[in-house]
Write a protein that binds this ligand. Structure first.
Ligand code: NAD
Length: 368
């Protein structure tokens, strides 16, 4: 097939030195940034993405185009396609998988629950099944989410805190992913590292997230909904800038052990790790809006309402000492500076359109 030829002839995923990384969700927000960063430092990268239409697929195509300029090839296919994954691992001896493909968004789960089960549970299991039989067995770093902390209100969240109160099906599938990872580590000796991301934002971001559609709506003069908690407090998020998250992902890959193979008997148990990758400073949504107003030099029309039970949680706050200790993760971006870069990208990407275009996309105000 066409992709097979591309993969075979591409030197990209094959490296004598450095890693060979399969990046799933490579046409996505975090995946595209990570692929470019890996490639830039000399690792081999091959992408996989199904280019679904959860949000504007043309944005995914634009991210793909940017990567292809840097000789990164993205195979178009689904995590659940076992034959495709098997073939990919047959052709390329991946040392690592950076697994970022998932059905994201907390609110959309009420409309389309099966999509979460398909990608985040069945798709993850399929990937692990293929990886466990691959030679070599790759180390896997995968995206979990701060949403696993659910309705927990004791902050900051550290990795050992309770994760038994998921507030959305999205959170439940991410939590399930952590349990599934544990099993594959235990039985098959796969080295696995889970990263709990906290509301990642930045250029090339996701249109279903608050900072993104607030920007769009403010520019278009549309009213934005600002949620307050049931007990009338501000909703806050530990917004984390994409460059910090990329550093965290690369740090996790760099410190990942090799998988030990079935049962992990030969070299002792393989690694199973879970880390928070947040910013450690929650910001109320009202503050997010005033930063955007200042950057756009426009006033937002605000509609303040109590939070409906739509999967959102009142706040998130990461403790990142573990990631700091193990791979030096240290978030440095300040929200205003990060949003400035986002707005600059937004205006140049959407251009004159940014003031008039109306898109019927999913809104996921405070997704984690
Ligand atoms: P994204 O939606 O931009 O990227 C995910 C990509 O995966 C998309 O391009 C999509 O087309 C692809 N995909 C989805 N299902 C697939 C399937 N079955 N087969 C192949 N490809 C598939 O999202 P993102 O913000 O880049 O998130 C990356 C990961 O990080 C996800 O696992 C997400 O749940 C997690 N995460 C993100 C955030 C955040 O704030 N952005 C927070 C917590 C966790």
């Amino acid at each position: 097939s066409a992709w097979e030829k591309q993969v075979r002839h591409s030197s990209t995923p094959r490296r004598l030195n450095g890693f060979s990384v399969l990046v799933t969700g490579a046409a996505g927000f975090i995946g595209s940034h990570c692929s470019l960063a890996l490639k830039k430092r000399g690792d081999g990268v091959l992408g996989l993405d199904n280019f679904n239409d959860y949000y504007d697929p043309s944005l995914k195509r634009a991210r793909q185009k940017l990567q292809s300029k840097h000789q990164i090839f993205i195979v178009e296919g689904d995590l659940n396609d076992e034959a495709l994954l098997t073939k990919l691992f047959d052709i390329v001896p991946f040392t690592h998988v950076l697994h970022l493909a998932a059905q994201a968004g907390v609110r959309y789960a009420m409309q389309n629950p099966q999509s979460y089960v398909r990608s985040n549970i069945a798709g993850f299991v399929n990937l692990l099944e293929v990886a466990k039989s691959a030679n070599p067995q790759p180390s896997i770093v995968w995206a979990s989410s701060s949403s696993v902390y659910g309705l927990n209100t004791e902050n900051p969240f550290s990795e050992r805190d309770r994760t038994d109160q998921p507030a959305s099906l999205y959170a439940a599938t991410k939590k399930a992913g952590e349990e599934i990872a544990h099993t594959y580590n235990h039985i098959y000796g796969l080295a696995l590292t889970g990263l709990r991301f906290f509301t990642v934002y930045g250029p090339w971001g996701r249109p279903d997230m608050a900072y993104f559609f607030f920007t769009k709506d403010i520019l278009q003069g549309k009213t934005i909904d600002i949620y307050r908690t049931q007990d009338d407090k501000e909703v806050a998020r530990d917004f984390t800038y994409i460059d910090d998250v990329v550093k965290g992902c690369l740090g996790a890959l760099d410190t990942a052990e090799k998988s030990t193979g079935s049962g992990g008997k030969k070299r002792g148990p393989a690694q199973l790790r879970v880390y928070n990758l947040g910013n450690t400073s929650p910001v109320p949504v009202g503050r997010l809006v005033s930063i955007l107003e200042a950057l756009l030099n426009m006033k937002a029309k605000k509609h303040v309402i109590k939070m409906p039970r739509n999967g959102d949680v009142p706040f998130t706050h990461a403790n990142v000492t573990l990631a700091y200790k193990d791979f030096g993760y240290k978030p440095t971006a300040d929200l205003a500076a990060g949003l400035r870069k986002f707005v600059k990208w937004y205006v140049s990407y959407y251009g004159a359109e940014s003031r008039v275009k109306k898109e019927g996309q999913h809104a996921d105000e405070t997704e984690r």
